[in-house]
Write a protein of this length. Sequence first.
Length: 77
Amino acid sequence: MTDLAPRLAARLRSWLDRRFPPGAGTGTTPPPAPVARPAPPLLAHRSPYGLDGPLDGDAGALVRPYLGDALFREAAA
């Protein structure tokens, strides 16, 4: 009885070798080589800080509109 486990393991291994031969797995073929593609062209760099004239702060919307009333009250006082 002590040699039952090794005999079962040997039989299972031989059955698996017949069912799935060594080297017949999906990992035996190398993956396809990646296709080299040219890099897309970069866009021209555009910065609002590189403009010739100064930026007008009153031209844009307030980021915190709730401060608008407080600033107007301070200016009026």
